[in-house]
Ligand binder design. Structure first.
Ligand code: EPU
Length: 431
């Protein structure tokens, strides 16, 4: 199995390109199931999860055609065409490996009038139930049954009615599922307390490009007037604000100076504000084709008190990376994880590298230490793995991060991007 080997201590400097957003890609791809016309997605990141989702779409009968891009380029253009759905089932074997597969439920149900999707089960960061996906779909007319670990959904008379639903808790995935399903419902739907993450804005904009009628984009109240059919569109996946935030932490923890290109600083408000509070200099810069952010370390890192929250709050997907960074701050930080109940699996691994962290329930106290030391480590999820990479970049000596497949799910060619800005990092295969 592959490992990432880092010899720490190098200061990172230079330009680092940011890829298309994984979590936007994973909701834009199923949107293609809503129409028999082609959806062309540009800037789709090359990630294991994106490939996995492509295979699921293929199993449902959609074709995926990759445009010829040079192997050196980041991202690629893929045209998805779901001319006819030949299956309406997302099987357990796929859903258990990739939770985002649940996002085919809404579109397949809307398109075919029925869908059968495996329940995903728990995962490394928490229970992650899908009850809100189901309640929201029921509210717009779905009839649901549970059988043998699957949810079987039907739209009476073949088409969803539309309806009103207020989320008791903000859910990114459930909002995405119901918005996609409502786009072609017979009537109008109103979704309150909707998630308003930038990835949801991206999904809504893509749906609008396909002919959907959606009001309130970017707010927590979405009104969707169902249309009879959606049409072909070409859409560019938004930049990955979490990848960008992760590399911003890499600049901060190595005393470096990175210009992240192709990002939208506006989507990264809470992350950039927290970095600024930690004493890191953050400036939006103009970059040829789009935005960019320059992140420069300036003196010792200051400790922070942070609590994760739905957007526009501080993202749970940035918690592990900030924790790694704050292990070297000048004082004690307090981090509270409010979204997932089990998202501190990186703590014991960081401790093995010399970090001083105490977890009590949902709160972690991180006391800054003078330095970290390299060690063999492993993680159980994507962002936890990234926090170990960050610690390794700053640690003295060699760090080897096992279970690279987690990183390959969400960071496009991580070792290539980091070595280009001065990191001593390589992927090694133990055969
Ligand atoms: N929840 C329920 N019931 C549901 C759905 C969610 O109780 O039916 C709970 C969850 O257990 C959690 C909270 O609601 O406590 C929020 O979960 P949400 O549904 O918002 O998360 P998600 O859609 O499953 C997406 C991202 C995650 C990211 C979260 C929160 C994708 C593919 N995944 O997950 O990304 O952490 O939103 O922002 O978009 C990652 O990229 O590493 C990752 C885990």
């Amino acid at each position: 199995m592959d490992r990432i080997l880092i010899r720490g201590g190098n200061r990172l400097a230079g330009r680092l390109p940011i890829s298309g957003a994984k979590n936007a890609a994973l909701t834009l791809m199923p949107a293609a199931l809503l129409t028999d016309q082609p959806l062309t997605l540009r800037n789709l990141p090359r990630l294991a999860d994106v490939d996995g989702f492509g295979h699921l779409l293929n199993q449902l009968g959609a074709s995926t055609a990759v445009e010829g891009t040079s192997p050196a380029a980041f991202g690629r253009t893929v045209t998805i065409r779901a001319g006819d759905l030949t299956s309406t089932e997302a099987p357990y074997d796929i859903v258990r490996k990739m939770r985002a597969s649940i996002l085919v439920l809404g579109p397949v149900l809307a398109r075919a009038g029925s869908a059968r999707v495996s329940l995903p089960g728990g995962c490394a960061i928490g229970n992650r139930p899908i009850d809100l996906h189901l309640k929201a779909l029921e509210a717009i007319g779905a009839e649901l049954e549970m059988a043998a670990g699957y949810v079987e959904a039907r739209a009476p008379s073949g088409r969803l009615s539309g309806g009103k639903y207020r989320f008791p808790v903000v859910s990114v995935g459930a909002t995405e599922n119901v918005v996609m399903a409502a786009a072609t419902a017979r009537g109008t739907s109103c979704i309150e307390n909707a998630a308003r993450e930038p990835e949801i804005v991206d999904l809504c904009r893509c749906l609008v490009a396909m002919g959907a009628r959606i009001e309130g984009i970017g707010t927590d109240r979405l009104e969707i007037e169902g249309v009879d059919a959606l049409r072909a569109a070409t859409y560019s996946v938004m930049p990955d604000r979490i990848e960008a935030g992760s590399y911003a932490c890499a600049a901060a923890i190595t005393g470096g100076d990175l210009t992240l290109t192709g990002v939208d600083a506006e989507d990264m408000g809470a992350t950039l504000a927290a970095l600024t509070e930690a004493g890191v200099v953050v400036e939006p810069v103009a970059d040829g084709q789009g935005g960019g952010v320059r992140v420069t370390a300036a003196g010792p890192l200051r400790p922070l008190t942070l609590s994760t929250a739905p957007y526009p709050g501080f993202a749970t997907d940035m918690q592990a990376q900030f924790m790694a960074m704050l292990t070297l701050a000048d004082g004690a930080s307090v981090l509270t994880e409010t979204i997932f109940e089990n998202r501190y699996m990186h703590v014991p691994e960081l401790a093995r590298m010399g970090a001083d962290i105490t977890v009590s329930g949902r709160t972690a106290v991180v006391r800054g230490v003078a330095g970290l030391t390299g060690a063999p480590v492993m993680a159980t999820d994507l962002r936890a793995s990234m926090s170990l990479i960050l610690a390794g970049l700053a640690a003295e000596g060699e760090t080897s991060v096992a279970r690279v497949y987690h990183l390959d799910r969400g960071y496009e060619r991580l070792e290539e991007k980091l070595s280009a800005v001065g990191a001593d990092i390589e992927r090694v295969s133990d055969g």
